[in-house]
Design a protein around this ligand. Structure first.
Ligand code: APR
Ligand code: PHB
Length: 389
């Protein structure tokens, strides 16, 4: 087999690279380790920046999002019971975010791809990248007991944090930067109306809590927990009780409880790999970086990477220019580090850190006071939340 671009991974990053290339008439194949159903069963975050919304619309993958997604014009921060609304709309000249689950984005992009006829290989075992740093790359894997091979011009490594792409790069050629936070998030999805029409990020002495949603009838809640928390130790009732303890009285009273339809623990991590290009291999999305979920940036960052990488490849084929692929790594990293800073700052302000000294706790409070009293500070936060270029 031969294609122009072999894309490793069928998450949002790989699917977006694929649809931008397909739309430009550039042949590509996605090679995914899991089954389609497995990929669509993963529950992930759910806030889209306006640039992500625009990208999905421009690709023709935005119809259901426009029908079912919830535009949000503000969100709340609670700090030990004191509430502050961040009016995104007023602070960013009318911009907004869209609440629409990553699972739905993935489904819409998969449907678009299926309609386009572009090929995706699911359940590919032992995916291995070859010769991407010298000349003619190819990718091998096994499927149904048969060995497969595809030759390509470029490899897009969109296979997430645990994928094979970054791991294929010689250690001496890559540098990584990492912070593992000493806690995780315990998340619950339940078919109950949200406790508030807007998202609530709550800092509390018992730990952080987040009230989010997927629709007017489906809520997504998280509470800060131990990094190695066993999800089986939490009954639904214990979760609801702990969530309500961390919210102010009004939000707590409005929490509608119900049986969880998903419950899971996610670790929090900041991570960046540099550079993002190794000859003919490019990293994008979670393969290149991880942000803690506090600012809902993971999917949006992946979308920006995918857009930038795919446009660079389109430029290479249609305009015979290497400018985009030559500058991808550096310019994407500049953007990525800004978002890393934002996600780290939100995480640090709002979580309970066991090892924090009284001084550091006062610093957290001072960060909140700064937001309370300074419109400029709120504007910086709101701009980062809707997305900076
Ligand atoms: N070979 C092929 N595919 C692989 C391999 C491999 N060795 N390893 C992982 N994959 C697949 C995974 O099964 C997954 O479907 O790569 C895909 C990566 O998708 P995501 O993890 O969704 O990553 P990405 O597309 O970069 O999207 C980033 O996902 O994790 C969230 O918070 C993150 O919202 C952000 C988004
Ligand atoms: C979610 O709805 O899953 C969600 C929302 C906002 C975040 C993180 C996760 O910051």
């Amino acid at each position: 087999m031969r294609t122009r671009v072999a894309i490793i991974g069928s998450g949002p990053a790989g699917l977006l690279v694929g649809s931008i290339l397909t739309r430009a008439g550039i042949d590509n194949v996605i090679i995914e380790r899991r089954s389609r159903d497995y990929v669509l069963g993963r529950i992930r975050a759910g806030v889209l920046e306006d640039a992500t919304v625009q990208l999905l619309l421009s690709l023709g993958a935005g119809t259901r999002m426009m029908r079912e997604g919830l535009p949000h014009h503000g969100f709340a921060i609670q700090f030990n019971g004191e509430a502050l609304r961040i009016n995104i709309d007023a602070l960013t000249n009318g911009r907004s975010v869209m609440v629409y689950g990553q699972t739905e984005v993935t489904r819409d992009l998969m449907d678009l791809r299926a309609d386009s006829g572009a090929e995706t290989v699911f359940e590919a075992e032992n995916v291995t990248l070859h010769d991407f740093d010298r000349g003619r790359p190819y990718v091998t894997w096994q499927k149904d007991g048969f060995a497969r091979r595809i030759e390509c011009d470029f490899v897009a490594g969109c296979d997430g944090y645990h994928g094979v792409s970054r791991a294929s790069v010689p250690a001496a050629a890559i540098r990584t930067f990492e912070r593992a936070y000493p806690f995780g998030w315990l998340g619950v999805l339940a078919d109950v109306p949200p406790c508030d029409p807007e998202l609530i990020y709550a800092a509390h002495s018992r730990g952080f809590a987040l009230c989010s949603m997927r629709s007017a009838r489906r809520s997504r809640y998280y509470i800060q927990c131990a990094a190695d928390e066993d999800v089986n130790h939490w009954s639904d009732q214990q979760f609801w009780d702990e969530l309500r303890r961390r919210l102010d009285a009004k939000a707590a009273a409005n929490v509608v409880m119900g049986p969880s339809i998903e419950k899971s623990v996610a670790p929090l991590r900041s991570f960046v790999a540099e550079p993002l290009r190794f000859g003919k291999l490019f990293l994008a999305g979670d393969a290149a970086h991880i942000v803690p979920p506090t600012g809902a940036k993971g999917l949006n960052l992946a979308a920006r990477d995918a857009q930038q990488l795919a446009n660079a490849i389109v430029e290479f084929y249609l305009q015979r220019s290497t400018r985009g692929i030559d500058t991808y790594s550096q310019s994407a990293l500049e953007r990525i580090w800004k978002v890393e800073r934002f996600s780290w700052a939100m995480t640090t302000m709002l979580h309970r850190f066991e090892h924090f000294s009284p001084f550091e706790q006062r610093m957290q409070e001072a960060e909140f006071r700064q937001l309370q009293t300074s419109e400029a500070a709120r504007r910086v936060l709101a701009e980062s939340y809707v997305g900076v270029e």
